[in-house]
Each structure stands twice: as C-alpha cells, then as structure tokens.
Design a protein around this ligand. Structure first.
Ligand SMILES: *[C@@H]1O[C@H](CO)[C@@H](O)[C@H](O)[C@H]1NC(C)=O
Ligand SMILES: *[C@@H]1O[C@H](CO)[C@@H](O)[C@H](O)[C@H]1NC(C)=O
Ligand SMILES: *[C@@H]1O[C@H](CO)[C@@H](O)[C@H](O)[C@H]1NC(C)=O
Length: 288
C-alpha cells in the first residue's frame, strides 16, 4: 500500500489539481510518519509549494526566510538552526490548559480536537498550519527546490522537513502551560515511544513549572487489539519519566468522550452496543 501511494504520486502531472496532490501527499506523509524506514520512494518537493504556503498565510516574509533556510543546502544538511530566523518571525503564545499532544492517534485526534473545541495542537500553530503535509528539500548548487527527489527522512540526520517539525514541536511544547492532554494509542506496542516526536522532543521540552497536570489518555481501537493501558507497557515508562521530572499527572484508558467519538464513527461495533454499560465501570488513576 505504501509503495502504491508513493507510486501514484510520481505520475501526477503538474496540471493535476492542488487538492488531489494534497490528499495524496497527506496519505503519503502519514505513512511516512507511521513507518519511517519502510518507504523507499524518492519524492521531491511538493509541487506548487510556494503557492500553498503563501496561500495559507499570505506572508511573503516568512516564505523568504523559509526559502533561505532550505535552498542552496545539501538536502541532508538543514538543521533546526537554519530555521531560526523564520521561527523568530512567527512568535506565538497560547492560552493555558489547551495544549493537546498526540502520538499515533492522528485521525482520532482530529475528531477529538473538532469536538472539544478549545484544544490546540501543533497543526494549529502558524508553522504547523503553513507546512502541514508538505515535503521539501533544496539542492547544494541550485537556488531552487528539488522537485524530482528528496532523501528519505530516516536517511539523514538533518532532513529539512524533520528539522522544521522538530523545532516547531519543541516551540509548541515549551509554550505548554496549565493542564495538558496527551493522546496515546493503546492498540500498538510502545504507545509511548522515545522515537516519536512526542517522546523524543516534546516530552523533554515540557516545563514542570509551567505545566500543572499532564493528563494522559490511552485509547485503543474499538475492535482491539488491547495492548497498552495506564498500568501496562510503555505508558508506565512515560509516567515514570513524568514523575522523576516533577510533573503531576493523571492517566485514563477509559475516556468517555473518546469512546463515544469512536462509536459515532463505527456504531455497529459490539463494544458500542454495550457502551453505556462499560462506561459506568469507568476506571481512572489519579496521582498528585
Ligand atoms: C553541511 O553544512 C556544514 C555547515 O554549514 C558544512 O560545513 C558541510 O560541508 C555541509 N555538508 C554537506 C554535505 O553539504
Ligand atoms: C492505533 O494505531 C494503529 C496503527 O497505526 C491505527 O491503525 C489505529 O487507527 C490507531 N488507533 C487509534 C485509536 O488512533
Ligand atoms: C487540571 O487537571 C486536574 C487533574 O485532572 C483537574 O483536577 C483540574 O480540575 C484541571 N484543571 C483545569 C483548569 O482544567
């Protein structure tokens, strides 16, 4: 399936409509995030990237700084430092108690954020919004982007796309304050992974003096598998890290709203018929 999506993208002609390209890129990018290293396709910079980015925010200045960071660099040699000027130009502060972090729960996170309207995710920040689902890289001896191929994310230490997201994630986590929510996937091994953006960047950037509570929500697919809970698997490691750094936390693996959201999308599921039943046995852990 991965190969198919990637292959489909390569035959898109320049005349293909932007929405189609964006949908394809979304799928590809998602696969890329989920299984780095498994993809061998060489995709180039997203077609019309300038129009997409400038169209999203109408800010040529930020585009100029972005371009400056990326072009004329070997495509594996763009560090977070290169984006420094760009991020200085887009300072943002957010109200406390609204920060939503997630890992391997992208689809559910979108419906959750849509229903609980006050949540903010990385994708709602300026940088997140402008560069969501795009791919880019430059070339050492050329003042333009490389539209024919970009290296794999896992193939280089300083990938231009990865470096931007790393800095954006770090900024987002450093700003986090009040109660924050972390949405993790209990249907996979290592729901909390030190290799994920949350585990490698965001967690370490959270400030225990700014954050009041880290509220962890572990959610499984309705049909299972049921692999990790607040008391089993990698979530326990996460809780240990939080505790050692002085955070207060809560953890639930039976969140009502999340379960209802999943049932709305899939009402035939047997676990949804007994949904009301199981909700009354809701269990959650709270520690101070
Ligand atoms: C990567 O960047 C550094 C510093 O900007 C430079 O010294 C080095 O030659 C670059 N490497 C490649 C492969 O372009
Ligand atoms: C958990 O991860 C699996 C595998 O990536 C995915 O198919 C599933 O939708 C995720 N579940 C939730 C609740 O996000
Ligand atoms: C923060 O989280 C704690 C623990 O879940 C809860 O008791 C408290 O009411 C929350 N505060 C706000 C402002 O949401």
């Amino acid at each position: 399936m991965h190969k198919h999506e990637a292959g489909a993208l390569q035959v898109i002609s320049p005349k293909t409509s932007v929405p189609f390209v964006m949908i394809s890129v979304t799928v590809w990018f998602l696969m890329f995030l989920l299984c780095p290293g498994q993809l061998r396709a060489q995709l180039g910079t997203t077609a019309n990237i300038k129009h997409i980015v400038v169209g999203r925010l109408d800010c040529e200045e930020i585009w100029r700084q972005f371009e400056e960071a990326v072009v004329r660099q070997s495509s594996c040699n763009v560090t977070v430092e290169h984006y420094r000027h760009m991020f200085y130009s887009m300072p943002q502060t957010w109200p406390c108690d609204r920060f939503l972090f997630w890992s391997k729960t992208r689809t559910l996170m979108h419906s959750y954020a849509a229903v609980v309207r006050h949540f903010w995710t990385l994708e709602d920040t300026l940088a997140g919004y402008m560069f969501n689902d795009l791919i880019w890289c430059g070339q050492e001896e050329d003042s333009g982007f490389d539209f024919s191929s970009c290296p794999e994310w896992s193939a280089c230490r300083n990938h231009p796309v990865y470096s931007l997201w790393r800095q954006a994630s770090q900024n987002f986590a450093e700003m986090a304050c009040g109660n924050i929510t972390v949405l993790l996937n209990g249907s996979i091994v290592n729901a909390f992974s030190r290799k994920s953006m949350f585990g490698s960047i965001e967690l370490d950037s959270l400030n225990p003096h700014r954050v009041n509570y880290v509220n962890i929500k572990v959610v499984t697919n309705l049909e299972g598998p049921f692999i990790e809970t607040c008391r089993e698997g990698s979530i326990v490691d996460l809780i240990q890290v939080l505790q050692s750094r002085g955070f207060r936390w809560t953890c639930t693996d039976k969140d009502q709203i999340l379960m209802i959201l999943q049932c709305i999308q899939n009402p035939q599921q047997s676990s949804c018929q007994t949904c009301a039943n199981s909700l009354s046995h809701r269990k959650s852990l709270t520690f101070k």
